[in-house]
Design a protein. Structure first.
Length: 317
């Protein structure tokens, strides 16, 4: 999917890419990475404006290559983008080591960081020829395989029949609304902040949706305060993610005292650079639209999704 913020464009692209992913074992929260980048950009605006321009050019190269079904040209665009990630300073020594290991495999054409970097995953275009110790093959979004270390074996079939609870912790659950959205991994990630109010990036992006992998979110009216259940676990009200959710819900409540129960099941690893939160928030936005009967168009849903996660708007499609 080609996403362009100005003029607004969401352009679906046909491609069946063989992908693999390797988790680095650690994550720097995206907000921290963005704060670091904002400081660097402020110190050297000319340099970063040039880097953002080059990222936009690499995105277009990748888009044109996919339209021509030219895999070699596409991997060249990804390699250019990875070099730009090095220059941005978000591809650290550990990530570079994983990239080098991946690209040494005969079945891998190119490798680069996913997410905002400084941790998370490295994605590769191509497939491992043979599994290594500590890795596992699972059914993926193509006919091929995704590889992740054992620490991420939370991948499972999405549970579409999970029962919600009706107790004092969860609250009064009525009229369930449910939406499913796929995870959407950035092959060439957007960067910069062109409009802080609308949470619009400077650059365009190129990403891939993974059918069958993502989040299912249910919402209910709740008379006992907002509640969040993630993969069957009630999230504490002191949790940062819970507070982020409530801050977003505060923007859409029809009246004071109108509370929600949000139940999200994800069949992809959480906080691993695979856009799990973006898919969850996209599902939440669609569920809220259905719950309140807003009948929002695509642009309105995109604006709402970007209030909580800039990447969430990509999972709406």
């Amino acid at each position: 999917m080609h996403y362009r913020p100005e003029p607004f464009l969401v352009e679906p692209l046909k491609a069946d890419l063989p992908l693999c992913a390797v988790y680095s074992g650690y994550k720097t929260p995206t907000a921290e990475v963005l704060a670091i980048m904002a400081k660097r950009e402020q110190e050297n605006p000319t340099r970063y404006a040039s880097l953002y321009r080059q990222i936009g050019e690499a995105t277009l190269q990748g888009v044109h290559a996919l339209k021509r079904q030219d895999l070699m040209a596409f991997t060249k665009a990804l390699k250019i983008n990875q070099q730009l990630m090095r220059e941005l300073g978000v591809s650290d020594e550990k990530l570079e080591s994983i990239i080098a290991d991946l690209e040494s495999q005969p079945g891998i054409l190119a490798a680069k960081i996913s997410g905002s970097g400084l941790g998370d995953c490295v994605i590769g275009i191509g497939l491992f020829t043979s599994p290594q110790a500590g890795e596992v093959e699972i059914e993926s979004f193509t006919s091929d395989s995704v590889k992740l270390p054992h620490s991420l074996l939370s991948l499972r079939k999405i549970c579409l029949s999970r029962k919600v609870r009706d107790d004092k912790t969860v609250g009064l659950l009525r009229h369930p609304i449910s939406q499913i959205t796929p995870t959407n991994i950035a092959l060439i990630k957007y960067w910069g902040k062109r409009d802080k109010k609308l949470n619009l990036p400077v650059t365009s992006s190129l990403s891939i949706a993974l059918p069958g992998l993502g989040a299912r979110t249910q919402i209910f009216r709740n008379n006992h305060g907002d509640a969040l259940i993630l993969n069957g676990k009630v999230i504490s009200r002191h949790n940062k993610f819970y507070r982020r959710l409530v801050a977003f819900l505060d923007q859409v409540r029809p009246e004071p005292g109108y509370h929600y129960t949000v139940i999200t099941d994800s069949n992809i690893p959480i906080a691993a650079g695979l856009a799990s939160s973006a898919s969850g928030f996209a599902a939440l936005v669609k569920a809220l639209d259905q719950h309140h009967g807003w009948q929002s168009d695509d642009q309105a849903l995109s604006i709402l999704a970007r209030k909580v996660s800039c990447s969430a708007c990509r999972s709406l499609r």
